[in-house]
Structures are given as C-alpha cells and as structure tokens.
Design a protein around this ligand. Structure first.
Ligand code: 5GP
Ligand code: ZN
Length: 116
C-alpha cells in the first residue's frame, strides 16, 4: 500500500498542496468539509495514508477503520448533530468518484429518503 499517491486529490489535501476546510486531524485521520455539501453539514473523513477503496483495507487496518468511524461520532458531537448519516461509496458502481477511501458525514437537517 502506498502511503501517498501524488496523483490523488485527497493525498494532496493531506500534504497541504490543496486547500481544504479542515474539521479534524490526528496522526492517522483527517476530516474536511465536502466541497459540494449535500446537507447543511457534510464532511469527509479519510485515512491520511492512501487507501483507494474499502476493498483495499487489510485486516491489519481494522483499527484504522474503527478510528474513521469514531471520528464521525466525535465530529457529530463537536458540531452538535443530534443525528447524522455516515456513508462510504465503494467503486464506481457504488458511486465512488474520488479513489481515496472516505466516509461521508451528513447532518444538520432531518435525513430521510432512499440511500440508493
Ligand atoms: P464519492 O462520490 O467519491 O464518495 O465522494 C467524493 C466527494 O468528494 C464528493 O462529495 C465531492 O463533492 C467531494 N470532493 C471532490 N473534490 C473535492 C475537493 O477538491 N475538495 C473537497 N473538500 N471535496 C471534494
Ligand atoms: Zn490518496
């Protein structure tokens, strides 16, 4: 697994080469506002290391997946979201456009409707 892919949009955000509205960062995880928000609150949570899709995480990275999810909880708490939605698109057929794995966190209004 490459730690950073110079061609990857989100790796470039991690490296500070592209701007982003950061909402959280630690040694392994970063979160920033989605550039085209689909709810009043919409951020993306990513591993700092380049992992293309959920399918590319290894069993040894199980704790990292847990950290991504717990970061969603943390951010929701810090932003006063009483409820929120966490989603991850996997591969083109799953709606993934940026191939650096990310969780979407959406909230700020009552969420309903079909996911697919
Ligand atoms: P996907 O469809 O891959 O799950 O979601 C990619 C998300 O990344 C989209 O919601 C899109 O609006 C967001 N996005 C694409 N390019 C950028 C960017 O340069 N900066 C930020 N902050 N978000 C981006
Ligand atoms: Zn990347």
């Amino acid at each position: 697994m490459a730690v950073a892919d110079p061609m990857c949009l989100f790796c470039r955000i991690v490296a500070g080469q592209l701007p982003a509205d950061r909402v959280y960062e630690d040694d392994e995880v970063m979160a920033f506002k989605d550039i085209h928000p689909q709810a009043p609150f919409h951020c993306l949570i990513i591993p700092k290391a380049h992992v293309a899709t959920l399918n590319d995480f290894s069993p040894e990275q199980s704790a990292l997946i847990g950290r991504l999810l717990l970061t969603a909880k943390r951010i929701a708490g810090e932003h006063g979201l009483p409820g929120y939605r966490v989603a991850m698109n996997v591969n083109r057929e799953g709606g993934q456009v940026v191939f650096h794995a990310h969780l979407h966190v959406l909230g700020g209004r009552p969420l309903k409707g079909a996911l697919g």
